[in-house]
Design a protein around this ligand. Structure first.
Ligand code: FEO
Length: 404
């Protein structure tokens, strides 16, 4: 990878990580992820955000700095917008190379520097309104942005150039290659990154939608020319696009959401699957778009992305040993953690000798505040009457979503 100038004093660096590792130990990244850092070079030199020692990322960082004649030991200030180890995991090694750089973060960030990395010296807490002067008229301002993504998070602003270093906010999964700017990608590539930014948001940030809204309000007074996140594309031509997109994602928390249905289903021997086909016929009759994911065959990461944006949810699963089909219990648990709330919902499913999923399901969805249609359960294979009922329920769900 190469270093990319944003202005004559600001440079974007990134490491593309393609790994079988799960992001945060949970989320698959089959298309990889970029770890972005930024260099601000004036009389003093500041590096904004670091990397984890992950698939050669520190070597990429050092090599890209060296390509413009900057050594790691030349850095005067290391600014840590966010302490999650994808951006800080290499901090102890950096400190060993450069013992003199001052490390700036919010007070909560400094606390995490101490607890994660056991560093005590050269730490400077900063807060909203604080400014770091780098000389020659270049300065960096700090904005606390709690819970985007952790409580200690902040953003950094370079008024000279109008560059917002937003860390996780406005980020995406997906490696970049040797292009990083929005104007360097085709419409097709942007569609890919849009899909991966939604999945990233749903997986990583969705629990904090209200904080994302607050952060967007906080930076909206700035004359932003460039949005420079810590993952994904750097937006220098249409920075408003990614901000608007994130505002839409944050809005999904309370609505409006997309008039679509996210179908998540599991089936043991085909009876629930057969019933589901009838519901889908009803949805299609109403002409409503839907996404469909089978669990556990598909990873819940993609289920979350579609569920997060959709007004309607259809859960299809059999009773399993008197309770819910176990993979669905995990899905609903994540729906609660990731705030997939206030949906129009329908549950269907078959059972063998006795139902039992209902009680557990009702308990699981109680905190989600879903508006549920009457569930349909049946013994064994669905007969014609059940299939007709399921078809009608599919239509009802589609109509409820359309009218929402
Ligand atoms: Fe990219 Fe919350 O770390």
């Amino acid at each position: 990878m190469k270093i990319h100038p944003i202005t004559d004093k600001i440079f974007a660096l990134h490491a593309d990580v393609k790994s079988e590792d799960l992001f945060e130990g949970i989320w698959p990244i089959p298309y990889g992820v970029s770890l972005n850092s930024y260099l601000v070079k004036s009389e003093k030199i500041a590096l904004i955000d670091l990397v984890r020692d992950w698939v050669g990322a520190p070597g990429e960082l050092a090599g890209q700095l060296a390509s413009i004649g900057v050594g790691l030991d030349d850095i005067d200030y290391l600014i840590l917008n966010h302490l999650e180890p994808d951006h800080t995991g290499w901090l102890s090694d950096f400190r060993a190379i450069n013992p003199r750089a001052e490390i700036l973060a919010t007070q909560k960030g400094i606390d995490l520097v101490q607890s994660f990395y056991k560093l005590e010296d050269g730490l400077r807490p900063v807060k909203t309104g604080d400014r770091l002067d780098l000389g020659e008229g270049v300065a960096l301002d700090f904005f606390e942005a709690p819970n985007v993504h952790w409580p200690e998070t902040m953003m950094t602003w370079a008024a000279d150039g109008g560059v917002l270093f937003s860390c996780d906010a406005f980020g995406s999964y997906g490696v970049l290659g040797d292009r990083i700017f929005d104007d360097e990608f085709s419409a097709e590539e942007h569609a890919f990154f849009e899909s991966e930014s939604l999945r990233y948001y749903a997986n990583i940030v969705s629990s904090f939608g209200l904080f994302v809204k607050k952060a967007i309000d906080k930076v909206s007074a700035l004359d932003i020319k460039v949005v420079a996140p810590s993952h994904g594309i750097v937006w220098r031509t249409t920075p408003g696009d990614i901000i608007t997109r994130y505002a839409r994602y944050a809005g999904y928390l309370e609505g409006p959401r997309e008039k679509e249905i996210a179908i998540v289903w599991g089936s043991m021997y085909g009876s629930t699957e057969k019933g589901l086909a009838a519901v889908i016929e009803g949805i299609e009759e109403e002409g409503l778009p839907y996404s469909i994911h089978r669990v556990p065959n598909e990873d819940v990461s993609w289920v979350l992305a579609d569920a997060y944006k959709s007004e309607g949810i259809l859960v299809a699963m059999p009773t399993y040993e008197y309770k819910m089909f176990p993979p669905m219990a995990y899905v609903l648990d994540l729906f609660e953690r990731k705030h997939v709330w206030y949906r129009k919902a329908l549950r269907i499913g078959s059972y063998g000798w006795i139902g039992g999923a209902k009680k557990e399901y009702d308990n699981k969805i109680a905190p989600l505040k879903w508006e549920s249609l009457e569930s349909v359960e049946w013994a064994g294979a669905p007969d014609e009457d059940i299939l007709e009922l399921l078809y009608e329920r599919g239509k009802e769900l589609a109509i409820a979503v359309k009218n929402s």
